[in-house]
Design a protein around this ligand. Structure first.
Ligand code: ZN
Ligand code: ZN
Length: 329
């Protein structure tokens, strides 16, 4: 079967002939992959960012945001069920977090991630996974379920924010208007919080228009009012100075900029900061709750479906405006 893979020997990205997966063992399911979402991580991997092939191999199949269908009955799943796989696999020997099914909190950093590091991804036709990593997709949400993986990270950030804020936060500033920034703003708005997005896109940019459609205020490169929560989703500078007292700073976008935390202001203001990566099962469940809650036109505005063969347009050249989703069949 064909697969989009990084070749570490020749430093190339191309479609290769990849062996079909072995028959699933008990407790595993054979998956037919239908859709693959592309994000900034994939674009970075395409330049050999922090990708690594599985041990003893020289290629890595890309694709980590997948929507798939179970091919044969694999309890608790039935043939034809729609699923989204979680992408991390435990470190070995498994640390306390990985043993407890919280690979997102891995203590050793020796986890595998399908399509990112040391485990093949899903940009192909078939894959096999343990049933324990498969998240069931409600029938009404199949057409937006490819957003569940990126949204799960946002859900982990929101859950962390609600846990760390000592009262009930009401206002939030989201830094960055990429797909993660927009999903954060949409999820907060749908839950009744008041998000404002700060980014650099011009006022007539499609993503800014999507925010307007959702009645979410947008500030182009201007300082917002102090907010209870600040979500850094731009990969650029983070802004703890935009926190109101008791505020929580959530770092989602991987930035190499230093975070200018003023210790006195943090102490006096009872401020917190947290880094967010990957997500656990509860965050995927929350993602599906929010996918059902967020108005469908807002979600549709994020997605652009493309064929398998259109991968070069999504992975090289200018950053695509809506999120590219490739159809595997
Ligand atoms: Zn991603
Ligand atoms: Zn671990």
């Amino acid at each position: 079967m064909r697969a989009l893979a990084l070749d570490f020997q020749h430093r190339s990205l191309s479609v290769v002939d990849f062996p079909e997966p072995p028959s699933p063992a008990p407790g595993q399911a054979l998956l037919e992959i239908h859709e693959i979402g592309i994000c900034g991580t994939d674009r970075e991997l395409a330049t050999f960012g922090y990708a690594a092939p599985p041990e003893g191999e020289s290629t890595l199949v890309l694709g980590h945001e997948a929507l798939a269908r179970v091919v044969h009955d694999a309890p608790p799943f039935r043939k034809g069920d729609w699923v989204v796989p979680m992408i991390r696999r435990p470190c070995s020997p498994a640390c306390a977090s990985c043993s407890a099914h919280r690979t997102d909190l891995c203590l050793t950093g020796n986890y595998l991630e399908r399509g990112i590091t040391r485990a093949h991804g899903y940009f192909t036709r078939f894959a096999v996974d343990p049933v324990g990593v498969l998240v069931p997709v409600p029938a009404a949400l199949v057409d937006v379920a490819v957003l569940a993986e990126p949204l799960s990270v946002v859900e982990k950030a929101i859950a962390t924010a609600l846990r760390l804020h000592p009262l009930s936060p009401r206002t939030a500033t989201v830094v960055g208007a990429g797909p993660i920034g927009l999903l954060t703003a949409f999820a907060l708005q749908a839950r009744g919080l008041q998000p404002t997005v700060v980014s650099l896109e011009p006022e007539d940019h499609p993503r800014v228009l999507a925010l307007r459609g959702a009645s979410i205020p947008y500030l182009r490169g201007r300082n917002p009012a102090l907010a209870d929560l600040v979500f850094e989703a731009s990969g650029a500078a983070s802004h703890p100075e935009w926190l109101a007292p008791l505020g929580v700073l959530l770092l989602i976008g991987a930035s190499e900029h230093a975070v200018p935390l003023d210790p006195i202001r943090m102490i006096v203001g009872n401020l917190s900061a947290a880094g967010i990566i990957n997500a656990g099962p509860a965050h995927f469940a929350a993602a599906f709750d929010d996918l059902a809650r967020i108005p469908r036109p807002w979600l549709d505005s994020l997605l652009l479906r493309r064929s398998f063969d259109d991968w070069p347009t999504s992975l090289a050249g200018p950053t695509p405006v809506p999120k590219p989703v490739h159809l595997m069949n």
